[in-house]
Design a protein around this ligand. Sequence first.
Ligand code: SF4
Ligand code: SF4
Length: 211
Amino acid sequence: MSASTPERWHGIPRQEVPWYPTVDAQACIGCELCYVTCGRAVYDIRDRKAVATRPYACMVGCTTCAMVCPTDAIHFPNREVVRRVEREYKILRIVKEEARAKRGRQDALKARAAAEAAQAGLTSRTHMELAGEFGDKRFLVQLEQLIADHPVDLVNLQLQVPTVKGLMERTPAFMSFEVTSTQQEDIQAFLPSLRDLARSNGFTLVNEVNV
Ligand code: SF4
Ligand code: SF4
């Protein structure tokens, strides 16, 4: 586990805050619970005993390892040493600044999460499949006019017809395409007019899926 010793605690050089664990080697049974529990890599295990090899990596005020030690082998200074440091260095002014900065970071994270959620709910590409008679070009002309008036485009357009002559003879065929936004905007408001156009030309919407 990599060691990470913070240089300062609310602006105070960390080494001036005498908060760290001391292990009573006689009481330690080498269970390693403190070693695996500590997220600050304070401990090493040597000769089956816990040793606080990086004491100043300990989080000031934390007593987790002492709480879980099955033999009460871990001790900390009295909490008064921390309070004395707080008073002497007047850290509450610094804490206010840190709290302000933290709120700023959290607000930015929330705004980003909200923007991502909004983006996730956005439909900017929809795959559609229509069935009907495409021999008459009227639908394609109307389709062209419709998308010309909106910030959308149709891509991957495919027309599947049994035969060209069949198409001329109004044999039912199959068209698929994807409706996309040309401005990365939601296209939900545009889709009803496209469905209406398909219906009014006698086509059946056989599939529609957001992609
Ligand atoms: S939790 Fe306690 S007994 Fe277990 S290794 Fe750490 S100090 Fe020793
Ligand atoms: S008190 Fe917390 S940070 Fe300090 S050594 Fe124990 S578990 Fe690690």
